[in-house]
Ligand binder design. Sequence first.
Ligand SMILES: [Zn+2]
Ligand SMILES: [Zn+2]
Length: 157
Amino acid sequence: MTKEINTCKECKSEYYAATSKKENLCPNCAHYLYGQRQCHHTFKEGRCSKCYWNNTFSERVTALIKRNKKKLKSINQSILMATVILIISTPLTIIGLVYIDTTVLSLSKHSFSRNILFFLSVFGVLVSIPFLIKARVYKKRLIKEIPYLRYDWYFSY
Ligand SMILES: [Zn+2]
Ligand SMILES: [Zn+2]
C-alpha cells in the first residue's frame, strides 16, 4: 500500500497527505498555524514515521512559536511578581490591622513609620489581587487560543 505524498507549502517538507486536514500544509505547520491536532511525531532517520514530515520549521512558524513563548513567559513572570507582593503584603496588612496606631495620622516618629508600612501593605493587597485575577484570565485565553503552549516539550529547541 502506498501513501499519497504531498509537499507542504509552508516548510517545504513532504508529508503523507492523509495526515493533515489543511490543504498543502503538513500536520506540523497546520498545527502551529491553525491549531490542528498535532501529530505525535516519531522520528526515524530524520522523518516522522506517522506523517513523513522531516522536522523542518519555516521561519514564520519559528517566529510565531518564539513570540508566543515570550508572551507566556512575561505573563508568568507578572503572575509570580504579583503573587510575591500578595504573600508579603497580606500578613503585614493583618499585623497592621491588629496593631494599628489609633492615631493613624499621628506624626510621632514611631507610629508614622509603622502606619506608612501598613498603608503600603494595604496598597500591595489592593493592587495585586485584581492584577492576579486579570493576569490569570489573560493566560487562560492565551493558552486556549494557542493550545500547544501547554505542551512545552513540543519545541525544546
Ligand atoms: Zn509544513
Ligand atoms: Zn508526524
